[in-house]
Design a protein around this ligand. Structure first.
Ligand code: MN
Length: 374
């Protein structure tokens, strides 16, 4: 083989390896552009213009165009209002001027393409929102959109058509900007959670979302970080329980799905201790997915419940339903009808210690939705 051919071969190999590294890197970690978008969206929403100047400077140095930064700041107005958005744009103008005075000419970048496919704006927004949320969006017949149809129109025609159709940013980049604003302004539940879900639907990995919370931590410290992380943890834990027999978030293995008719919804049981003639208590770890619960039932010798994860409900016949959560201990009296399970939005893991020496659990009626939701 001639030396020149060998060199070409080596270069080709090297480029191929580099590309693979770049691709796998971009799957698991945020790239420079995404990190800049998060910081700029967040600082614009916060109105921290001094820090924003620095981040804009970094973004321009690392190759974002003026129009891309501008687009992030226009996008965020839908989530934090014109005043913050406009102050952000004025800061961008200022940074560009300062860089120009030092001889740096920044790249303006391309403009948004024209949209002219004949589809109505509302329909375009409806389709985009359906794709983002992975659920079919219709003209709402209930909830806030039915109560105030004009906001549904504005949301679909303006935010998800006018703004989202501007192809200067991808939908992934727009959603990263959105969670940055929601995570920064705080008290925006359940919107932050919903937009984390959209991020996952768009293929943004949980790793990248945790990286996002780290950026928030670097900008504002622990409190903002913890609230962003908590919402993400909750969303992912719920998914973990709902989708598989993963044991990551549990002290004990989740066990097997319960298939008998004594439970409503999806629940799992791991038998930890079997009762025998010397030790008459059975111990089991029960995992209830959101909305899952036992039927009404009673234990001839009573039962002790240790809640080790999540949030749920416990109710005794004739009493009000109680909210139970991680760390709670409940002693059920013998032969007193009751039920227990997860809340509508959280899963629950309980350790049930049930004494068997006076007989097996007596199963009764279903817990109706009315009883469950009361
Ligand atoms: Mn019980």
């Amino acid at each position: 083989m001639r030396p020149i051919k060998l060199v070409i071969l080596l270069i080709t190999f090297f480029v191929a390896v580099q590309n693979t590294v770049a691709r796998s890197g971009s799957d698991s970690t945020l790239n420079v552009k995404e990190r800049s978008i998060i910081s700029i969206a967040s600082l614009t929403a916060k109105g921290d213009l001094q820090q924003l100047q620095k981040e804009i400077d970094i973004a321009l140095q690392s190759g974002l165009t003026v129009n891309e930064i501008k687009e992030v700041q226009v996008h965020v107005y839908a989530y934090c209002g014109f005043p913050r958005s406009i102050r952000g744009l004025q800061t961008l103008m200022q940074v560009i001027e300062e860089r120009k005075s030092k001889g740096t000419k920044d790249v303006i970048g391309r403009e948004a393409s024209m949209i002219a496919d004949g589809t109505s704006k509302y329909e375009r927004g409806r389709i985009t929102l359906s794709k983002l949320t992975n659920t079919k969006q219709e003209r709402p017949s209930s909830g806030y959109g039915a109560f105030a149809p004009i906001i549904d129109t504005f949301l679909k025609e303006h935010l998800f058509a006018d703004i989202f159709d501007r192809d200067i940013l991808t939908h992934v980049e727009r959603e990263l900007a959105t969670i940055s604003v929601l995570g920064t302004i705080g008290s925006a539940e359940p919107m932050l959670r919903n937009h984390y879900s959209i991020c996952l639907n768009l293929g943004i990995s949980p790793n990248k979302l945790y990286e996002f919370t780290e950026i928030i931590k670097n900008l504002y410290g622990n409190e903002s970080y913890l609230s962003c992380k908590k919402t993400l943890d909750e969303l992912l834990n719920r998914k973990t329980v709902a989708s598989s027999n993963s044991t990551q978030s549990h002290l004990f293995d989740i066990g097997a799905k319960i298939t008998n008719s004594n439970f409503q919804g999806t629940a799992y049981l791991n038998n930890l201790v079997t009762a025998d003639s010397l030790n008459t208590s059975a111990v089991g770890s029960v995992t209830f997915e959101p909305g899952a619960r036992t039927k009404w039932h009673m234990h001839p010798a009573g039962q002790i419940l240790l809640v080790i994860e999540g949030v749920g409900y416990y109710q005794e016949k004739g009493q009000q339903k109680r909210i139970i959560k991680k760390g709670d201990v409940i002693k059920c009296q013998p032969n007193l009808p009751h039920w227990h399970g997860a809340s509508a939005t959280n899963s629950l893991v309980q350790i049930a210690i049930t004494n068997r020496h006076l007989g097996e659990t007596v199963w009764m009626d279903e817990v109706t939705d009315q009883e469950y939701n009361k």
